[in-house]
Design a protein around this ligand. Structure first.
Ligand SMILES: [Mn+2]
Length: 317
């Protein structure tokens, strides 16, 4: 399916509900809000749904506070659109309702995408916001500064401020267009990378001080325990970006972060410098993502999980 074809299909809807994934990040919120603002300009009724709270630091995005946590059963929509959601587990709580609709869309950039919708547009790009940019152009809607701010937020956050290997010529060209359209790049960078609450800083220092290494220092592991989160007064969504630190260690090929979400329950994040396909490892446990950045949910004892994951990495080093 081409971007023109998916845009034509979406254009048939007079009302849509746009879904963002759990633990929402800049890309899913940027994609959803930009698409919403563009469709509203076309006279479409467009609403937003996400089971989780939108992080405080993303609230500068226009309409980011207008998400509904549930799918209103009385509101009828012509289409349901999921953005930046690779699989059902990325929006578990709303997926059941999503699937019941006959006219569903899946717009995403994860290589592991399971094509769960009626219409699927999956393209390997730095951010889903790049795809939404192309889609909005195709719709013929002018990109104003609010849409530009949404889209540039997704590009900036999913590329780690243009630091990751996923940055292509096209990424920078789109970013340039968005800045020209009025997005404040400096402000977006500051909000996403240079502002943190004291609680996050305290948690970060606790977690990093206990960083461990395996396999001749080729695997760096950090554990974010409930105890450390509580003692710091932090909350789970403040841990985004922690995994970047072990990745800065020269010898590290793969970094693993384990966020304790409950008793013997962990949210795993994996990062690779390129040698190891971490999407493959995440897939073993029902997760997925990208070759160099993936995640999964695992149950079990902490040390057993670490052993398993380090073993999976070792086999691929
Ligand atoms: Mn994304």
């Amino acid at each position: 399916m081409t971007i023109a074809e998916i845009t034509t299909e979406i254009s048939k809807a007079k009302s849509v509900l746009i879904f963002s994934h759990n633990r929402p990040d800049g890309d899913t919120v940027g994609s959803a809000t930009a698409l919403r603002l563009a469709l509203i300009k076309k006279g479409v009724r467009a609403d937003l749904a996400c089971h989780y709270d939108i992080p405080e630091k993303l609230r500068y995005i226009k309409t980011a506070s207008e998400y509904s946590k549930v799918v209103d059963k009385d509101a009828k929509y012509d289409a349901f659109i999921a953005v930046d959601c690779a699989n059902e587990y990325m929006f578990t709580e709303l997926y059941g309702k999503f699937c019941k609709h006959k006219n569903t869309f899946n717009i995403d950039h994860h290589v592991s995408n399971t094509r769960y919708a009626k219409f699927n547009y999956v393209e390997d790009s730095a951010a889903t916001c790049e795809i939404i940019y192309a889609l909005i152009k195709e719709l013929g809607v002018e990109i104003d500064n609010e849409i530009a701010t949404s889209l540039l937020t997704g590009i900036v956050t999913d590329t780690g401020a243009f630091n990751h290997s996923n940055v292509e010529d096209r990424t920078l060209l789109i970013a340039s267009e968005l800045k020209k359209a009025g997005a404040d790049l400096h402000y977006i960078m500051k909000r996403n990378f240079k502002d943190q609450p004291k609680e996050r800083a305290i948690l970060y220092s606790k977690v990093i001080s206990k960083m461990r290494f395996y396999e001749e220092d080729k695997v760096g592991v950090i554990v974010i325990s409930r105890k450390d989160i509580e003692e710091s007064g932090a909350v789970d969504n403040m841990t985004e970006g922690f995994i970047d630190y072990p990745m800065t260690v020269n010898s590290v090929e793969v970094a693993i972060s384990l966020l304790e979400t409950g008793k013997n329950r962990y949210k795993i994040s994996l990062r690779s410098k390129g040698k190891v396909d971490v999407n493959e490892i995440a897939s073993i446990y029902g997760g997925g993502g990208h070759v160099q950045a993936s995640g999964a949910l695992l149950n079990g004892y902490l040390e057993d999980i670490i052993d398993k994951l380090v073993f999976n990495v070792k086999q691929r080093l």
